[in-house]
Design a protein around this ligand. Structure first.
Ligand SMILES: NC(=O)C1=CN([C@@H]2O[C@H](COP(=O)(O)OP(=O)(O)OC[C@H]3O[C@@H](n4cnc5c(N)ncnc54)[C@H](OP(=O)(O)O)[C@@H]3O)[C@@H](O)[C@H]2O)C=CC1
Ligand SMILES: Nc1nc2c(ncn2[C@@H]2O[C@H](COP(=O)(O)O)[C@@H](O)[C@H]2O)c(=O)[nH]1
Ligand SMILES: [K+]
Length: 479
């Protein structure tokens, strides 16, 4: 990228400080843009769900990978649990979503508890041999006793789709039959998943991120303490596709030692390390063996590091400097934190990031691990918390002595409880992906770029005033 008027900004900048001007384009359609991340991660869209407990679990990983992104399991999950989650995600279908299934004698209360776990909004009631005998939605449960059996409220004998059906054909069948969704069934009659009309459409627009054996991809993180090589080996043996070595201050000797120990395992998957915000940090991590450097200190929504320490760097400039340094070394950069709008993703990519990590925004979706709550006005939300918050530190240090735990809790650099509201129009993470991907595809064509490498080359970035930023915002009511 270059700055408009070839100026060199006098101060470091964050996403809100900058804008992109359009350039002449020969790219005829936004759908012609290739959004694959060119960093060996295998992602077909440049989006990574952050390794945060409130963000990335099995449902997030499955859903994001099916649309071409990646999720990174947090470092606090025991190795054997990570192995189970990885195996489960890799057993998922590339087209149909995993169904929520219950039996005919299970209750409305159980169905209502499970419905917010997935965006498709239905429970498939299964009978003998796992065959679908009914479908229950929230509307079916309205007014019913919580102890009523599902057989009394379900729509019986549902329309079904055969496993392996082409997504476009599935869309047509659902559309013609005026069905919002249908259970997918194997030749044996067993329900193997669920497909909505939107899901079938998405399957024609996105390519799943798959490993060499055609299974969904997933990453996992390790910290820098303890026997890092042994923990990393356990994750690699579990067949993760990306290994993230993660700590708040990535530019420290412990990180370099951890990277060297991991290199000793000759991992066949990309190693991501961070977080740093300087060219020197990139150089040292790349030299120690990182393929991808994670950039961002302090921009995260749950992060209090800048207020506690004064340390960090406005994220656009951090990504720009780090990705320039990484490119010289044959390495790549993930822009981590502070993303609140599709424009932020586009600007991080324009600054040269190969992918963009998103945490809190995705915490407020059906697919994040937490429970769904309603506030006093009825709006749905989930709780998010920082990985350096007292809440996360308590979990991470559960096996330490009481004294060690008390000592570590002093260094809190994240908030322990935040409400992440589900957007009523976009409550699922795929809804957010649709919005982000649409925005980024459009950004690329405004710059005349057919892929992300060309986008980072062609983008022309200007610096704006606060009122310049405000001018870009929509006005939902009159002023
Ligand atoms: N991107 C960001 O801005 C930040 C991200 N986080 C996230 O929080 C999670 C926990 O990270 P972390 O707190 O590093 O915990 P870790 O459990 O990974 O421990 C970090 C290790 O580094 C040592 N250390 C030295 N200096 C620092 C420092 N300035 N800050 C933190 N540790 C330091 C610590 O020792 P000792 O405790 O004895 O000092 C400890 O041994 C990670 O997922 C991380 O990404 C946290 C803060 C900032
Ligand atoms: N300083 C802290 N940073 C944190 C903490 N937990 C997570 N993080 C970082 O934020 C990003 C995600 O950013 P978001 O704006 O999308 O939420 C994550 O990947 C970490 O780098 C924390 O407790 N303190
Ligand atoms: K912050």
């Amino acid at each position: 990228m270059r700055f408009l008027h070839d100026t060199s900004p006098a101060t470091d900048l964050t996403y809100s400080d900058v804008f992109m001007v359009p350039g002449r384009s020969a790219v005829g359609s936004r759908l012609d843009v290739d959004l694959a991340a060119r960093d060996g991660s295998g992602a077909t869209i440049p989006i990574v769900a952050a390794n945060m407990t409130a963000v990335s679990g099995r449902r997030m990983a499955e859903t994001i990978a099916r649309r071409g992104g990646l999720a990174i399991l947090p470092q606090d999950i025991p190795g054997d649990v990570v192995a189970d989650v990885v195996a489960w995600v890799k057993s998922r279908d590339l087209v149909a979503d995993t169904a929520i299934t219950l039996g005919p004698s299970d209750t409305v209360g159980e169905a209502l508890a499970l419905l917010p776990k997935r965006a498709h909004g239905a429970v498939i009631v299964t009978g003998a041999g796992g065959a679908p005998v009914g479908v229950v939605t929230e509307a079916d449960c309205a007014g019913a006793d919580r102890f009523a059996q599902l057989s009394t409220v379900m729509s019986a004998d549902p329309f079904t789709l055969p496993a392996g059906i082409e997504p476009a054909q599935a869309f047509d069948l659902l559309h013609t039959g005026r069905h919002r969704l249908a259970p997918v069934v194997a030749p044996s009659g067993e329900c193997t998943g669920i497909l909505t009309r939107t899901g079938a459409l998405r399957a024609t627009l996105y390519s799943p991120a798959t490993d060499r054996r055609g299974r969904l991809r997933i990453g996992a993180a390790v910290g820098v303490n303890g026997d890092v090589a042994a923990k990393a080996k356990q994750l690699l043996d579990a067949e993760i596709d990306v290994l993230v070595v993660d700590t708040a201050h990535g530019h420290q000797d412990k990180m370099l030692a951890a990277l060297r120990a991991i290199r000793g395992l000759s991992p066949s998957v990309p190693v991501v390390a961070g977080n740093v915000v300087t060219a020197q940090g990139v150089a040292d991590l790349a030299e120690a063996g990182a393929d991808i450097i994670k950039v961002g200190v302090g921009p995260g929504a749950m992060c209090t590091t800048r207020m506690m320490t004064g340390v960090g760097r406005p994220q656009f400039s951090a990504v720009l400097e780090c990705s320039t340094a990484a490119a010289d070394l044959g390495a790549h950069v993930w822009a981590d934190g502070g993303v609140r709008h599709p424009r932020d993703v586009a600007l991080a990519l324009a600054a040269g990031a190969s992918s963009v990590m998103i945490g809190s925004w995705f915490a407020g979706t059906y697919e994040s691990p937490g429970d769904t709550f309603r506030d006093s006005s009825g709006r749905l939300y989930k709780e998010s918390f920082g990985m350096a918050s007292a809440r996360a530190v308590r979990v991470r240090t559960a096996s330490d002595s009481a004294y060690e735990r008390a000592r570590k809790e002093l260094f809190e650099e994240g908030i322990s409880s935040a409400r992440m509201y589900l957007d009523a129009d976009r409550p699922g993470v795929e809804d957010l992906l649709d919005m982000i991907v649409a925005g980024v595809r459009s950004s690329c064509t405004y710059a005349g770029a057919e892929d992300l490498a060309s986008f980072a080359e062609r983008a022309v970035i200007g610096v704006q005033s606060a009122s310049g930023y405000t001018e870009g915002m929509p006005v939902p009511t009159s002023w």
